[in-house]
Design a binder for this molecule. Structure first.
Ligand code: HEC
Length: 301
């Protein structure tokens, strides 16, 4: 009992210590700027997203009605919140810490910027600095990802091109993420890669990734910076996985399938058990009847 108490005390103290700690944001993250200018429409959209995702803990901006957590979720209008740079806000919402959840897999970067535009709406002194647009002509138009399999190197190759003066040109310096599609979500393959001067990025592909029965894996490529590329992505199916010969869940006899697909042993065990139980019940009833009969024979009338 004392030990549990001590453990709890340590955890609480540790949490309090962490809560007092500065939330350090890496310099390059802190300097990030929104790719679009904040406006009434971004604030409106951000407000809806805030009410849906943040209000339950942070409360209404300016009302100091946040939920009493440790550490306390700061009010969106507070100095503690507003003294963050735009990039720092993005980083903190993206990464999360302790009770502050990470929104990296829930909301897109564009949505996070909309929420930040809403939060900034509660700061009169705030003047937005927008990320510089790429120089004219380098704007990415009609981005295309081509996914191929490089057999010699055992690598997946992704070639990124965009349309410039009606011609396809390679896009260097694009950060890409590669996923294998699975029934439940996408499985990341390797780390984020950046395209080279020819607009090509190579991903090492695991040699033991199961595909379907023909070894086909569906690959999904996504740019990290969705703001610059638009929310584009590309999918390709390649026969580069290990053929997976396990039958589909509904193909063979299986417990959760209809009667004829139930494993034979289970069916027999089930029938046997049911018959035994019923046999026993009938036996007991017959015995009772015999007892009753012999009783009424001994005491006629
Ligand atoms: C489950 C409760 C919860 C939800 C939901 C939540 N937060 Fe938080 N948030 C916290 C807590 C607790 C902290 C303090 C974390 C810390 O300092 O370690 C925090 C801290 C923050 C900070 C850092 C403030 C600072 O001190 O610099 C920002 C920014 C933030 N939250 C924004 C958001 C936004 C935007 C959303 C919605 C998209 C959100 N939070 C949703 C609980 C929550």
């Amino acid at each position: 009992m004392t030990r549990i108490f001590l453990v709890l005390l340590t955890i609480t103290l540790f949490a309090c210590k962490l809560s007092a700690q500065e939330w350090v944001v890496p310099a390059e993250n802190g300097a990030k700027l929104s790719p679009f200018a904040f406006s009434d429409s971004t604030r409106k959209a951000g407000g809806d997203l805030y009410n849906l995702n943040c209000k339950s803990c942070h409360g209404d901006p300016g009302k100091n009605n946040a939920v009493k957590l440790v550490p306390l979720p700061p009010d969106a209008a507070s100095t503690q919140m507003q003294k963050n740079t735009d990039g720092a806000l993005l980083y903190k919402i993206y990464e999360g810490r302790l009770l502050m959840p990470s929104f990296k897999n829930t909301l897109s970067a564009a949505d996070l910027w909309r929420i930040i535009s809403f939060i900034r709406g509660f700061n009169d002194k705030y003047v937005q600095e927008v990320a510089p647009k790429p120089a004219a002509g380098t704007f990415l138009e009609n981005v295309n990802f081509q996914i191929t399999w490089d057999k010699d190197w055992g690598q997946v190759q992704v070639a990124v091109t965009s349309l410039k003066d009606l011609k396809r040109v390679p896009v260097p310096g694009a950060e890409l993420k590669l996923f294998a599609k699975r029934y439940f979500g996408n499985l990341p393959i390797g780390e984020t890669k950046t395209t080279d001067n020819q607009g090509i990025a190579q991903f090492n592909f695991p040699t033991n990734l199961p595909g379907d029965s023909a070894g086909v894996v569906t690959l999904l490529v996504q740019p990290v910076d969705q703001a610059a590329f638009g929310e584009t992505k590309a999918e390709t199916s390649l026969a580069i996985g290990i053929p997976n010969n396990r039958p589909a869940l509904n193909e063979q006899r299986a417990l959760w399938n209809v009667v004829q697909k139930t494993p034979v042993w289970l069916l027999l065990t089930f029938i046997f058990t049911v018959l035994t139980v019923w046999g026993f019940i009938v036996y007991v009833m017959l015995q009772l009847k015999a007892i009753f009969k012999s009783g009424s024979e001994n005491n006629p009338g």
